[in-house]
Design a protein around this ligand. Structure first.
Ligand SMILES: Cc1ncc(COP(=O)(O)O)c(C=O)c1O
Length: 486
């Protein structure tokens, strides 16, 4: 295919060349109706590019098929049979993918280190999760993705399960053996969905971990806004083989998606694909070299522990994304939360994620010499001035096994049940009816339907005191929890 073409971008250029005057949405009229003070901040280009596809970039019948062409080019670029653009992030794509594999009351294997959008799909779709627990790395206090053998055992115990959802890479950059898990699923005759929200760049460089489509997954979801260069909310889901019906997949997306898709998302996805096909290898080689230099600098800093390939071993990670710099800061006597806040306040450096133990920074092809040196200097400052940083109260880190809770109700049944709000201490032993997801990264510690334990409550209580943010709890202070009424 001709990857120098960008059907959506070309349609915008044509729209401008023709001088079309639009009378439908968006009402800002390509910026003419926008407050000049806002235009000054955002720039005219943003609004000028916000043109609907219908009766705008394309005609009423969408007869030019610009979106279809752009999606076909994307599929070709990343070795998928089909690609679908979504303007509602992977949060929507992952739901569409899951609900096209399992329906109400049906079982789906789900890796428990799932993002909250996965748990939302279980609730909306009435799907019964068969939790496949990831591997605990007690020393690092994080989990690595499940292995093929874990999936084999889960499928043997749940022969009616409709498929598997695997999350890789994890928020900290560790990757699963997708090919191994795909083989196990396919032996059992079920599809594998991969939530590869953090892996949109993988198809474009041979030194990056194997991309889900190349590893034989049936559906792969990516967020191009995360490690790629499309704007926020830009997601693509990819399909191959005949285990998932594309019509069903599209219908599920249609059920959940917006009828006013942002052409800014389409435009940036289209342009990003061309850029990556033409220059991705070279740009990502530079990013890899940059990340390598930063790694060398950070490895020499006392008190910081940078996660590297030592975690690639049986029972732990299958691979890592070298562009993700996951740094344990416990050696400095501080939490990841305190480190993140200090770095922002003092060095004007905004990191990707943090938790009680660590922080992460991500390098993309968009980084340059300045952002490289700023990051290295920030890490040096963090070490040199760590005495200035708040010693937050100690967090009661549970053994990771203690975070594997008993699932006693279908998430949907618990979420929609009659509920009551009970003080935190009294919630022990009750069935949680809400999601409790420290953010970022947004992996629920509690998912509806799970039985609450004292260890988890202590972890959340002490974590909150140390700076853990939980944006989805019904009680913003987390003094109480929403549980299923007895
Ligand atoms: C593993 C994973 N899946 C899905 C999502 C949702 O992606 P989005 O933010 O594009 O909706 C995220 C977001 O952080 C994520 O980390």
């Amino acid at each position: 295919m001709d990857h120098s073409r960008t059907p959506v971008v070309e349609a915008l250029v044509d729209f401008r060349r023709r001088g079309d005057v639009a009378y439908g949405p968006p009402g800002h009229r390509q910026g003419r109706g926008v407050d000049p003070r806002l235009l000054e901040v955002l720039g005219e280009g943003l609004f000028a590019a916000d043109v609907l596809t219908l009766n705008g970039l394309d005609d009423r019948r969408q007869s030019q098929g610009i979106l279809e062409q752009a999606q076909q080019l994307m599929a070709d670029a990343v070795h998928a049979e089909q690609a679908f653009f979504s303007t509602c992030g992977s949060s929507l794509s992952v739901k569409s993918a899951m609900m096209s594999v399992a329906g109400p009351g049906e079982e789906l294997l789900v890796s428990r280190n799932a993002h909250k959008s996965v748990v939302s799909a279980l609730i909306i779709g009435g799907i019964r999760p068969v939790w496949v627990h990831p591997h605990a790395d007690e020393e690092l206090h994080l989990v690595h993705p499940p292995e093929p053998d874990d999936v084999r055992k889960a499928l043997a115990a749940h022969p009616d399960a409709k498929g598997m959802l695997l999350i890789t890479p994890t928020d900290w950059g560790t990757c699963a053996d997708i090919a191994g898990v795909a083989a196990v699923c396919h032996e059992a005759g079920v599809p594998l969905i991969v939530d590869e929200a953090w892996g949109a760049h993988f198809p474009f460089h041979p030194e990056l971990p194997t991309w889900g489509m190349d590893a034989g997954a049936d559906v792969v979801v990516t967020s191009v806004h995360k490690m790629g260069a499309a704007i926020e909310q830009s997601s693509v889901f990819h399909l191959q083989g005949d285990r998932v019906d594309p019509t069903v997949l599209k219908a599920r997306e249609d059920l959940l998606g917006t009828t006013s898709s942002s052409s800014l998302v389409y435009l940036t996805l289209d342009g990003w694909r061309r850029h990556m096909v033409e220059s991705g290898k070279e740009l990502l080689s530079e990013a890899l070299a940059r990340a390598g230099r930063i790694r060398t600098a950070v490895e020499g800093l006392e008190g910081l522990s940078l996660m590297g390939r030592e975690v690639v071993r049986p029972g732990a990670a299958f691979d890592i994304d070298p562009l993700v710099l996951t740094v344990d800061v416990r050696g400095l006597g501080i939490t990841g939360y305190a480190a993140t806040e200090w770095l922002r306040d003092t060095c004007r450096v905004d990191l990707s994620a943090s938790d009680t133990c660590r922080i992460s920074a991500r390098i993309t092809h968009g980084d340059d010499d300045r952002s490289e040196s700023v990051l290295v200097e920030a890490f040096e400052q963090l070490v040199a001035r760590s005495d200035e940083i708040d010693r937050a109260p100690q967090v009661a880190l549970p053994g990771l096994g203690d975070l594997e809770l008993e699932s006693v109700m279908r998430p949907r049944d618990a979420f929609f049940a009659r509920v009551e709000q009970v003080p935190l201490k009294e919630s022990v032993g009750r069935i949680v009816a809400e999601m409790i997801s420290p953010y970022p990264p947004g992996v629920p510690v509690l998912a509806p339907g799970e039985r609450i334990t004292a260890e988890v409550i202590e972890y959340l209580r002490t974590g909150k005191d140390a700076g853990m943010l939980i944006p989805d709890s019904a009680d913003p202070e987390l003094g109480s929890l929403r549980v299923v009424a007895e």
